[in-house]
Design a protein around this ligand. Structure first.
Ligand code: GLU
Length: 486
């Protein structure tokens, strides 16, 4: 039996979208499960929409997720080049062959002429089909048209009849003959269309299992006809269901992050995102939802991919992230945290590993690294630079005639004398609370607001030790004077 070869073939028009990451992951898992190969090809024939940085970004995002490819850009292989922009000659040879055999033909209609034809078809209440001329234009006709300033394209002469192909997810798909049209395979600028380049490359690179998003399902008949015309063998197809937001709309930036790099910058662990993405349309047997990439690959089966739209449940992703954080070894967590910090302009980025590790330990309960940044950044800020959260001030400081402020004023001289370790401060506060018959929260919360501006911070004694006595006292003093000023 032939070994399986899959590919991810992104067009570099921007960052890697979670939908693209899912395609890459499923293609990877399909190939690895069956001992096959997975390749990465860059489809950059659309020169107008091409972004060079996007290629690097896609490569980086895939690597961050832990998805490696056996063949393709960067790593090379026997069937390169793996960027379509470097394969123009190959496409032109194929187009030439199709023209020679009469399976394709030149056409040179201007956009206005095409519009007029479309409108006529509409007036007749018919679908527009490009009218293939009885006598196909020859090369001399094409040259003359080009000299006359007309756009010269090449169209595939599609055979009459329905097109049927098998999809591993959607079953047998039939496109009726009346929806089939002589489509363009070479544009007026001499570049192939996506359809031609895609089909030629899959065939030449030995890709025999095409797995991609459902948005390409409606295009596949073109690829089937092109393969037939080029006499290349037909691959297997699997189209992956659409990914929707929780309201059933197409997933978009409007409701949050949709690109892999934004999840990275917002403090998610790659293993959590990968695990979450794996479940977008794939249903492993049983109740198990948590797995590593290796485990997912082991379990993966295209029969487990459903047709129904997948839901992008952000709460679930957050919960996955919380679990992944809890499961991560300290070294791994530190590695991810350091990577996260490299995207942010924060003093934390300059700290040594030991300090970062102690911050990670003391910030237990964080959901993403962003939570830590919010909590901890204030500790590094200048003592007079942060704001006091008005809601927290109202609730904790101003209630009962400003009991919070009164307490701060009371402890200020005592703290000035206190021994400055977490244990000693804890013991001191316990004693103070006992003497004054109040709960720890009544003391800890006002201090927290005074030194961080909010009621959320790492454990209070760690926070105070981290700040040091001098800064703690200065911050409490500032909090008191703000009240007096207000
Ligand atoms: N280059 C196409 C895209 O990313 C992918 C086509 C395919 O997978 O066949 O939009």
């Amino acid at each position: 039996m032939e070994t399986i070869k899959t590919r991810f073939a992104p067009s570099p028009t921007g960052s890697l979208h979670v939908g693209g990451a899912r395609t890459a992951l499923f293609c990877y898992a399909l190939a690895k499960k069956l001992g096959g190969q997975f390749l990465l090809r860059i489809e950059d024939t659309d020169r107008a929409r091409h972004q060079e940085e996007a290629v690097e970004k896609i490569v980086e995002d895939l690597r961050w997720l832990g998805i490696d490819w056996d063949e393709g850009v960067i790593v090379g292989g026997d069937f390169g080049p793996y960027r379509q922009s470097e394969r123009l000659e190959i496409y032109q040879q194929h187009i030439h062959g199709l023209l020679e055999s009469g399976k394709a033909y030149y056409a040179f209609d201007t956009p206005d002429e095409l519009d007029a034809m479309r409108q006529e078809a509409q007036a007749r209440k018919e679908d527009f089909h490009y009218p293939r001329p009885k006598k196909l234009p020859c090369l001399a006709d094409a040259k003359a048209a080009r000299s006359a300033g007309k756009p010269v394209v090449v169209r595939l002469a599609c055979p009459a009849g329905d097109v049927t192909f098998r999809d591993e997810v959607f079953g047998d798909v039939t496109i009726p003959a009346d929806q089939i049209d002589d489509f363009i395979i070479q544009k007026a600028d001499g570049w192939p269309t996506y359809h031609l380049a895609n089909v030629v490359d899959d065939a030449l690179m030995g890709v025999n299992f095409i797995c991609r998003g459902q948005e390409f399902l409606g295009q596949t008949w073109r690829h089937v006809l092109l393969r037939d015309a080029l006499e290349y063998p037909e691959p297997q197809y699997a189209h992956l269901p659409l990914i929707m937001d929780m309201d059933g709309r197409k997933l978009s930036k409007r409701d949050g992050d949709v690109e892999v790099d934004t999840f990275r910058q917002h403090g998610y662990l790659p293993e959590a995102l990968l695990n979450f993405i794996a479940l977008l349309g794939w249903n492993p047997k049983g109740d198990r939802e948590k797995f590593t990439l290796e485990e997912m690959t082991e379990l993966f089966d295209v029969a487990g991919v459903g047709k129904s739209n997948a839901k992008f449940d952000r709460d679930k992703l957050l919960a996955f992230n919380v679990d992944a954080i809890a499961d991560a070894a300290p070294k791994r967590l530190l590695e991810c945290f350091t990577d996260f910090l490299s995207f942010h302009d924060t003093p934390l980025a300059g700290l040594d590993d030991k300090t970062l590790q102690s911050i990670l330990r003391s910030c237990q309960g964080f959901r993403t690294f962003m939570d830590i940044l919010h909590k901890v950044d204030v500790l590094f800020a200048a003592d007079d630079s942060y704001q006091f959260d008005p809601k927290a001030v109202k609730k904790v400081m101003l209630k009962n005639d400003g009991a919070g402020y009164a307490m701060l004023a009371d402890i200020l001289p005592l703290l000035a004398e206190a021994e400055w370790t977490a244990e000693a401060l804890e013991a001191w506060m316990g004693e103070y609370c006992q003497t004054n018959e109040i709960g720890m929260g009544k003391v800890a919360q006002p201090i927290r607001i005074a030194v961080t501006g909010t009621t959320i911070s790492p454990p209070i004694f760690d926070t105070l030790v981290f700040l040091g006595k001098e800064k703690t006292l200065a911050r409490i003093q500032r909090c008191l004077s703000q009240r007096n000023a207000g």
